[in-house]
Design a protein around this ligand. Structure first.
Ligand code: AMP
Length: 404
């Protein structure tokens, strides 16, 4: 059985999924797993399609010191115990920079180019690249594909891609890239099956998870969004503030004496729902809390989603549908209901019962704008890109070559 391994490596965790390649290029998830607790208590956990547990084991800290070692543990388990020998590996890579508008076959030159974007996505890029490098060194013939969170947004017009700063900075890469592109691409590809006419029109997608952003789609293409140069911009997130006056950063440096690295850690780790509420970065905990600061943090989150929806509707010059996705968007009926209230001026009206049921269409028949809940599947999107490159003949499948 041909399989594709999908890898999403982050700072303290390597997530992986295995897809089998079936007739006519269809992909079926065979298992998913993660190596987490890197630096504290490393564990490998994996489960099959129905959630049946396949592995749950712990390792000494020194045996799995970093992300590359986490990938090695997962790879050895797949290879040696499950006899899974993938025909290619697709990696989520957060930043593709200005040039990559699609997924790309990885070689040493690509890795060197992508390393240059580490400063633009310091929380993710180095960890995305670590397993790529170690696999390239150990299995140089195994095709690896980088799938970018930025690529889907490279279709945006110049006005949506720039800041009002001197052009030389744009030329060296200071641009409004946008992120969560694999999630938005999934929605853009899925929507035509759900509502073909609407998918060809103007749609706002709200990816509301521990990281949160929104994207304006016109005819399935990204035209505007809330994230920019880094994934810090836009909506408040679990630990990031979202849109913030650059003057606040200047204040932290000049008046509070914070170094660049202190400001960095503050903005990436100590703000957002966590910093604002002083309670948690987890929306479930905030929703369960009676604390006034939890309520205010949720009010702020909902208010900012509403404000940004107005901005994106202006970019689209109207609106034909609104889509919720990601952890909060797919699971919190109460946040969806509150966001819908913010969108009432656009003619949005939810069907309360369908919303509580987490139905796909949650707006009432009286709503001028249909509202959908669509779960995004970034792993399958990566597997599809990887297989598409293989089938294009751009990648050589070493196993099939040696068999012929
Ligand atoms: P993600 O990053 O997409 O996995 O989303 C994580 C976020 O979704 C966290 O803030 C979770 O608290 C939130 N979340 C997941 N399930 C629920 C739920 N049932 N109600 C509210 N928030 C949820």
């Amino acid at each position: 059985m041909d399989t594709i391994l999908v890898v999403d490596a982050g700072p303290s965790c390597v997530k992986f999924q295995v897809y089998s390649v079936e007739g006519e290029g269809r992909l079926r998830q065979q298992l998913k797993g993660r190596v987490d607790g890197l630096g504290s208590g490393p564990r490998l956990r994996a489960s099959g399609p129905g959630g049946n547990p396949l592995a749950h084991r712990a390792y000494p800290i020194e045996a799995v010191p970093d992300v590359a070692a986490g990938m090695d543990i997962a790879g050895a388990w797949l290879r040696d115990e499950l006899r899974i020998d993938p025909i290619a590996i697709g990696h989520r890579v957060v930043h593709g920079g200005p040039d990559h508008d699609r997924s790309v076959l990885i070689d040493h030159g690509v890795v060197a180019r992508l390393e240059r974007f580490t400063a633009l996505a310091p929380l993710h890029q180095p960890h995305n690249l670590a397993p790529i490098r170690s696999i390239l060194a150990r299995f140089p013939m195994l095709p690896q594909v980088a799938c970018f969170d930025t690529a889907f947004h490279r279709t945006r017009a110049a006005v949506a891609d720039h800041y009002a700063i001197p052009h030389r900075l744009y030329a060296e890469g200071v641009r409004r890239y946008g992120f969560h592109g694999l999630s938005y691409e999934w929605i853009a590809k899925t929507l035509p099956r759900i509502a073909p006419k609407i998918a060809a029109g103007r749609v706002i997608v709200a990816h509301l998870g521990s990281e949160a952003s929104m994207c304006a789609l016109s005819g399935g293409r990204s035209v505007e969004g809330t994230m920019g140069f880094t994934a810090l911009d836009g909506l408040p997130m679990g630990t990031g503030p979202g849109q913030i006056d650059a003057g606040v950063v200047l204040y932290l440096i000049s008046e509070k004496g914070m170094s660049a690295s202190k400001v960095h850690d503050f903005l990436y780790r100590d703000c957002g729902l966590k910093g604002f509420s002083g309670i948690s970065n987890d929306m479930r905990e905030l929703e369960a809390s009676e604390d006034a600061s939890a309520k205010l943090a949720i009010d702020y989150f909902v208010y900012r989603v509403g404000l940004n929806a107005g901005m994106l509707a202006a970019a689209l010059q109207g609106l034909d549908a609104f889509v919720f996705t990601a952890g909060i968007g797919e699971n919190s009926a109460s946040i969806r209901a509150r966001v819908a209230e913010q969108l009432a001026w656009l003619g949005v009206k939810l069907d309360a019962a369908e919303n509580v049921r987490h139905s796909q269409l949650i707006s009432s028949s009286a709503s001028l704008i249909p509202v959908y809940v669509v779960s995004s599947d970034e792993g399958l999107m990566i597997a599809r890109h990887t297989l598409a490159l293989l089938m294009d003949g751009n990648l050589k499948n070493p196993r099939h070559e040696s068999a012929s």
